[in-house]
Design a protein around this ligand. Structure first.
Ligand code: THU
Length: 160
């Protein structure tokens, strides 16, 4: 028997000044995208914005439906929009933020498992890692170096 340790290094920005202009600009785009959220059921808005290698920013928000399994996460909306508008253009980084009607969330909220798997497959296809920035409504920002770092021991389509 042996143990293995799988680790992820997360950079933590405590202040906006620490983030740098590009990160701050992208996070502000994610905040603006919260307005696009249609979330009357959860009252939990999620906004995401991706900076592409061609300089374009694609943003979106979660879209809910009375038939709950049909809800679309903000990350999926953004990834689908990239596929439709800029097929083949690599993602450089993605910022994700939230706003809850119930409470002020002051810690970074992470993407759900399905979004992590989808983000990872985008990353695998472009053969280049992209950074992910996470923030609650307020508080510190986490910066992850890659989608892979969000999903250790991931399922990989090449295993099929
Ligand atoms: N949601 C996202 O948009 N992204 C995630 O990664 C997790 C959850 C949305 C789905 C639903 O509209 C609301 O948050 C509450 O689950």
């Amino acid at each position: 028997m042996r143990n293995i340790t799988i680790g992820t290094t997360v950079k933590v920005f405590e202040t906006e000044e620490e983030m740098g202009d590009e990160n701050l600009g992208l996070m502000n785009e994610a905040v603006l995208a919260l307005k696009k959220s249609y979330s009357p059921y959860s009252k939990f808005q999620v906004g995401a914005a991706a900076l592409l290698e061609n300089g374009e920013i694609v943003s979106g928000a979660n879209q809910e439906n009375g038939a709950y399994p049909m809800c679309l996460c903000a990350e999926m909306v953004v990834l689908s929009s990239i596929s439709a508008r800029f097929p083949g253009v690599a993602i450089k980084k993605m910022a994700i933020t939230i706003k809850s009607a119930n409470k002020v969330i002051d810690f970074p909220v992470s993407p759900c498992g399905a979004c992590r798997q989808t983000l990872l497959e985008f990353e695998e296809r472009q053969k280049d890692p992209f950074q992910i920035l996470l923030r609650g409504e307020v508080g510190a920002v986490y910066e992850l170096e890659s989608a892979r770092s969000l999903l250790p021991l991931s399922f990989d389509g090449s295993m099929i």
